[in-house]
Ligand binder design. Structure first.
Ligand code: MG
Length: 384
């Protein structure tokens, strides 16, 4: 049952772990795309020998083409290149682990081409949830979640009736600033925020984990992936990241999925579904952990989390607005333009700043995206 896989975002944390999984199970990797890491992409092309390689950053196109001139790989670039490799005839499944809003159009393109999608790009569902899920339904395409929480929920749904689900329990590690007060967050540094207790990830998602925006985005994704009402999603802080999430059924039986915190398990489940074979990771020893803890999140301190939940409760353009505002605010924080605490303030202010509008097409998403980004950039330059 070897599959042909195209990987978008192959040089990131999920991308490199996905390639490990593909190698372990002898999958054919026919296309690789990276943002701008020419070195690693070249190395991956030489190892996996795909037919296509794409570099999103067009300034690096010449360099990549030059470096791979002794190979037969077709080198592409930009959004056009991403979309081309998202819809290749011979691909069975497109793994999308691109960071940010850039990931939405390739996902839509893959679905239009009838490709199943293994999804690690959060923005696809946060900003384009309605468009993506409706299109997938129309095309009969499956979306396999890669995020550990959504994979857990997906696994807990197997063999049960979806209509008998009462709620889901989305677990959150709480990030590096769990239990800190709002005042204590005033002085945290970039280095503090980039230190995650359990997961080793890219910078954007690590900051999102520190603000709990990541959990807010996952809340929105869960709503779309599993067709839930916001009231059916409970967030529980679970510091050890062993219970990856759980599902409660009508009889109050709760089924959870557990494992060591290693993304290769959910990546492999998405690629091998419904099969389960040995994964290149450690086995879980519950006695090594001894104690698992569960607590309520602090919605007042972690403003991004409450803003994301409010956004999906209101619906329409709001999830997209808070997501794009967050991307801009995180970029500004990583560039030392704003303090950590301002990320949450900016993201929540979007809810007051903009009127509701309906998202009916990709252009509506882009409109909300540019409105939010322009607003954040203005806010930051006014403060400066
Ligand atoms: Mg997650």
């Amino acid at each position: 049952m070897s599959k042909t896989v195209s990987i978008l975002g192959s040089t990131g944390s999920i991308g490199t772990q996905s390639l490990e999984v593909c190698e372990k199970h002898d999958f054919r990797v026919n296309a690789l795309a990276a943002h701008s890491s020419v070195d690693l992409l070249e190395q991956q092309v030489r190892q996996f020998k795909p037919d296509y390689a794409c570099i999103y950053n067009e300034n690096k196109f010449g360099e990549l083409k030059e470096r791979l001139s002794d190979t037969s790989v077709k080198v592409l670039c930009g959004m056009e290149g991403l979309c081309e490799i998202a819809s290749l005839e011979e691909t069975d499944i497109v793994l999308n682990s691109v960071v940010g809003m850039v990931g939405l159009l390739p996902t839509l393109t893959a679905i239009k081409a009838g490709k199943d999608v293994a999804l690690a790009n959060k923005e696809t569902l946060v900003a384009g949830g309605k468009l993506v899920t409706e299109l997938a339904k129309e095309k009969g395409v499956k979306i396999y979640p890669i995020d550990s929480e959504h994979s857990a929920i997906f696994q807990c749904l197997q063999g049960n009736k979806r209509e008998q689900l009462s709620k889901i329990i989305l677990t959150a590690s709480g990030g590096p600033f769990f239990r800190k007060s709002y005042d204590e967050l005033r002085n945290v540094t970039k280095a503090d925020a980039l230190k995650h207790p359990n997961w080793d990830m890219g910078n954007k998602i690590t900051i999102d984990s520190a603000t709990l925006m990541n959990k807010g985005l996952e809340f929105i994704e869960a709503k779309w992936l599993f067709d839930l009402a916001p009231e059916q999603i409970e967030i529980v802080v679970h510091r050890q990241s062993v219970v990856h999430s759980a599902v409660e059924y009508n009889d109050y039986s709760v089924i959870a999925q557990m494992g060591v915190p290693d993304m290769k398990i959910p990546i492999q489940y998405a690629l091998l579904y419904p099969d389960r074979f040995e994964c290149p990771t450690k086995r879980l020893s519950l006695t090594d952990y001894g104690t698992l803890t569960f607590e309520k999140p602090d919605y007042d301190t972690f403003k991004c989390l409450s803003a994301a939940i409010e956004a999906i409760t209101r619906g329409g353009s709001y999830p997209c607005l808070v997501n794009s505002a967050n991307e801009e605010a995180v970029r500004a924080f990583l560039n030392d333009e704003i303090p950590f605490i301002q990320i949450g303030e900016i993201v929540s202010s979007v809810l007051e700043e903009f009127e509701y509008f309906e998202i009916t097409c990709y252009e509506d998403v882009m409109k909300a995206d540019s409105m939010a980004r322009a607003y954040v950039r203005n806010t930051i330059s006014e403060v400066k």
